[in-house]
Design a protein around this ligand. Structure first.
Ligand SMILES: Cc1cc2nc3c(=O)[nH]c(=O)nc-3n(C[C@H](O)[C@H](O)[C@H](O)COP(=O)(O)O)c2cc1C
Length: 344
């Protein structure tokens, strides 16, 4: 089975948006699906019964059904992604919501230990009347091996150019994707391979496909779209950034400064180097940087907020629509391949 058989509304090459929690909401995800990509909603990380994230997810899934004009029993042609390092409550509280809403895909990422996904995957597989595809984001070959062993349908191979959280010790897509592809092939597994990390246009997409991916995921590119609920200042910071290897950095410090340092230590995150990071480089203590951050937020200023973004920020020149991103990327891919065919 291929991606376009699993998700018949999608066109090739397959493009999905990353389930960026707080940014990939129902509007972004349904816009991606409507534009013949595959939309993911960011479902969050709090799976307790009283979780407001889950209450919000329920509302969004009902909204998605209405936006896409689907009957009650029809599969919802989008997925939901979760951050799983504290997975208590997932089986009892999350899976029933996903099943009731007939979501077409689930994305798991950032477990405390790779083995922890086994229980969640088994619990989802118990629902025989639910045709759901399971994706796990992996940043190392070892994590990919574990996920393939757990019988996932798809791997999202995340390279270190990626925006947002990621494996602290990892590699770029150019070395990671071929090694994961070989691993999947050597196992005779049918696992689909998606590439994520620094892809923002057709050029990156062709590269990823050449490396052995079956499709791509973009995060930062979809963050800078008119449908994304991210604050305009955040989008403009990315548009104004260039030379991503210099203007962004992979570090746990971004979380420390805004008191969100809750991820297990095997993960860090890539974001635009901002005021807080610069203060810290100049020798200002963490306590003081955090104090300044809190004060700015209290005053309603957004300039210290972490802008999670990938190393390809320099190729994002403007805010465009989701439809534009998907159409242009797919068109570019065809043009590049045509040109290469001629040249070769
Ligand atoms: C703003 C932002 C938020 C993100 N949030 C999540 C998240 O909630 N869950 C997740 O699995 N990945 C998250 N990621 C990482 C993406 O899944 C993906 O690996 C990354 O966006 C790919 O790199 P790119 O941004 O260069 O396209 C986030 C990325 C960004 C930029």
């Amino acid at each position: 089975m291929t991606l376009s058989e699993w998700f018949p509304h999608t066109t090739i090459p397959f493009i999905a948006n990353a389930p960026m929690f707080g940014f990939a909401d129902v509007n972004l995800a349904t816009a991606v699906t409507k534009a013949h990509g595959f939309g993911f909603i960011g479902g969050g990380f709090d799976f307790r019964t009283e979780s407001t994230q889950l209450a919000n997810l329920k509302t969004q899934l009902a909204e998605a059904r209405s936006i896409l004009d689907l009957a009650e029993n029809e599969t919802l042609p989008l997925g939901v992604g979760f951050i799983t390092f504290q997975s208590e409550g997932f089986v009892e509280n999350v899976i029933p919501i996903l099943w009731e809403n007939r979501v077409a895909a689930v994305w798991l990422s950032f477990p405390k230990d790779d083995e922890d996904h086994e229980v969640l995957i088994r619990a989802i597989r118990r629902y025989r009347d639910w045709d759901v595809k399971l994706f796990v984001q992996v940043g190392t070959v070892r994590a990919a091996e574990t996920a393939v062993g757990q019988g996932v349908d798809g791997l999202v191979v995340q390279g270190t150019d990626a925006g947002g959280h990621q494996w602290a010790r990892g590699a770029g897509l150019i070395s990671l994707v071929p090694e994961v592809r070989d691993l999947v092939n050597a196992r005779n597994a049918t696992t689909v391979v998606l590439a994520a990390g620094g892809i923002v246009d057709g050029r990156g997409c062709v590269a990823a496909l050449g490396l052995g991916a079956d499709g791509i995921v973009m995060g930062t590119r979809f963050l800078v779209t008119s449908e994304c609920p991210a604050p305009s200042a955040m989008k403009q910071t990315i548009v104004a950034s260039s030379d991503g290897g210099v203007s962004t950095i992979k570090s746990v410090r971004h979380d420390v400064f805004q008191s969100t340092d809750v991820f297990p230590r095997q993960y860090d995150g890539r974001a635009v180097i901002g005021v807080s990071y610069e203060d810290s480089q100049e020798g200002i203590s963490d306590e003081e940087v955090i104090r300044r951050y809190n004060e700015a937020r209290k005053a309603g200023e957004d300039d210290r907020r972490t802008v999670w973004a990938g190393a390809s920020v320099g190729s994002i020149k403007e805010v465009v629509s989701v439809g534009d991103v998907i159409q242009t990327t797919q068109q570019e891919v065809r043009m590049i391949l045509e040109r290469m065919k001629g040249e070769l």
